[in-house]
Design a protein around this ligand. Sequence first.
Ligand SMILES: Cc1cc2nc3c(=O)[nH]c(=O)nc-3n(C[C@H](O)[C@H](O)[C@H](O)COP(=O)(O)O)c2cc1C
Length: 191
Amino acid sequence: MDQPAPVLDPRATDALIASRRTCLRMDADLAVDPTVIGELCRLATHAPNHHRTEPWRFAVFTGDGRRTLGDLLAGELVRVGEAPERVAKTRVKYLRAPAMVLVGSAAGPDEVTTEENRDAVAAAVQNLLLGATSRGLASFWSSVAAPRSPALLELCGFEPGTVVIAAVYLGHPTATCPPPGRSGPRVRWIG
Ligand SMILES: Cc1cc2nc3c(=O)[nH]c(=O)nc-3n(C[C@H](O)[C@H](O)[C@H](O)COP(=O)(O)O)c2cc1C
């Protein structure tokens, strides 16, 4: 069977994908070039997207913005009676990276579209992470405590109904993180 001509050396692509790590070992005080963050958000938008709804939304927090983000989410935790230790941790956790990229998935007109939008945005986040990895940046995909909080959506500039699916820590690495390993794909071939 004829093999298609590769667009890139597949070994390089494979190595990039396999070397991406969820890693917080980054220099909190060394800024990430805003142009690069813009490039990563643009790369994210190349994800597959049913009906081309372009559901991805991005909000970048740097400097004191990270504290504003932490304060808001800590406030949401206080509101639901969370333990003081978790509240205190949330308040400062975003200071561990020089830049936080929050990624939202906009709601669609119906449940299926909303679900497919979220699938597309998850693929977009992976694009962003791979772009960061290829540029030598450390990245870490985390969840947020209150992903549908109206106050959070307002702070991010996301429309009501959006869900924040990722808070990505981005920074220059200070060390590497060991790979957690994979047990291999479960694949059934039906010929
Ligand atoms: C939707 C999603 C949410 C995640 N949220 C968190 C999180 O809140 N905290 C965390 O430590 N890791 C979080 N992770 C990262 C995973 O823990 C990580 O991908 C996993 O440990 C595998 O490590 P690797 O990405 O380096 O291969 C999240 C990953 C995804 C896809």
